[in-house]
Design a protein around this ligand. Structure first.
Ligand code: ADP
Ligand code: MG
Length: 316
């Protein structure tokens, strides 16, 4: 791959494979089976997948913790094999596992990290970063006295000391309470507004749907979708018509080809395919079934539906 050949991408990965050698008699594990992942510069990108899908393996390949078995990766235009140092400089990675030295204060930890990345003293922003993450008043505290959520934010702070253009967060909100999660996202969104490309892995689908412009779904070591979030959701071609009947429906209703579910609040939920069905058709059916409609609305599918559909389809 040519130097700087991927100008538009923050991360371009093609055909990436990873087979872990089994320990002892354990068989080898094919954790990534040839994945293509492209992350646009300046975007917020979500890497979704169930536990064991291969998300951390992919991220650890980027950060140099795991050596890929095959494939090509470039970060900010730098080929991982030929320019590992430039790739390292372009990335800030917040690992899934919290493990950090407990002998330093947050401020010392950040200064040491900045030193490791060769950031000159005059360009260090340790206090500014700690403040942005709500850790300013803990700058001189013992790390072992920090809560789990604070430790996680400290990891984010450490990942940002060298001002990398790409920030990767591996399951950043797992086990973090709602308040801290919000604080973390505020900071991430602020970085995004300043032009930092963000990649996050999560299994909170709602979070990904809300934050990410593009999403890759990874399952059993394969990328089963990699698209703009909107497109992913509309590609499912499934909506639900919610009907409030004028009079309570008690018995079963026959709507022919359409399924209908009576909700506890008395509304009828009727799933349909927007590409193949006009809502008018459903209304005619309702009318012939003797149901008069007081109110109606449609509900879009969400990422959860897409996720179930895609992971179910490939679960063979
Ligand atoms: P995720 O982050 O999506 O939960 P991982 O990338 O951690 O998934 O793991 C993908 C698969 O690779 C899992 O089956 C996991 O057990 C296996 N795996 C991860 N790390 C190792 C390792 N160091 N040695 C052997 N197998 C591993
Ligand atoms: Mg993981």
């Amino acid at each position: 791959m040519d130097f700087n050949a991927n100008e538009e991408y923050a991360i371009a990965a093609r055909g990436v494979r990873k087979t872990y050698r089994g320990a002892g008699k354990a068989p080898p594990k094919e954790a990534l089976k040839g994945v293509d992942i492209f992350v646009k510069r300046g975007s917020i990108f979500g890497l979704l997948g169930p536990n064991g899908a291969g998300k951390s393996t992919f991220i650890n390949i980027l950060s140099g913790l795991v050596t890929k078995t095959a494939g090509e990766v470039s970060v900010w235009g730098f080929d991982l094999d030929r320019h590992p140092r430039q790739v390292r400089a372009a990335l800030g990675v917040v690992p899934q596992e919290i493990n950090m030295e407990v002998f330093f204060t947050p401020l010392e930890g950040l200064e040491i990290q900045a030193g490791l990345y060769g950031v000159p003293k005059s360009q260090r922003r340790s206090m500014e970063i700690l403040n942005a993450l709500g850790l300013g008043d803990k700058a001189g505290a013992y790390v072992r006295h920090l809560s789990g959520g604070m430790k996680r934010r400290l990891l984010v702070a450490k990942a940002m000391v060298h001002s990398p253009p790409v920030l990767i967060l591996d399951e950043p909100t797992a086990g973090v309470d709602i308040e801290l999660r919000k604080q973390l996202w505020d900071y991430v969104l602020e970085l995004h507004a300043r032009g930092v490309t963000i990649v996050l892995t999560t299994h909170y689908l709602e979070e990904a749907q809300e934050l990410c412009e593009d999403i890759a779904i990874i399952h059993n070591g394969n990328v089963v979708a990699c698209e703009p979030t909107e497109k992913l959701i509309s590609s499912l071609d499934r909506k639900t018509l919610m009907v409030t009947p004028a009079e309570a429906v008690t018995g079963g209703i026959d709507l022919g080809a359409f399924d209908v579910e009576l909700k506890p609040d008395g509304r009828l939920a009727i799933p349909y395919q927007p590409s193949a069905t006009q809502v008018a058709e459903i209304l005619e059916r309702l009318s012939s079934a003797g149901v008069s409609v007081k109110d109606l609305s449609t509900v879009e599918s969400d990422l959860e539906d897409v996720f179930l559909e895609l992971t179910y389809r490939t679960d063979v």
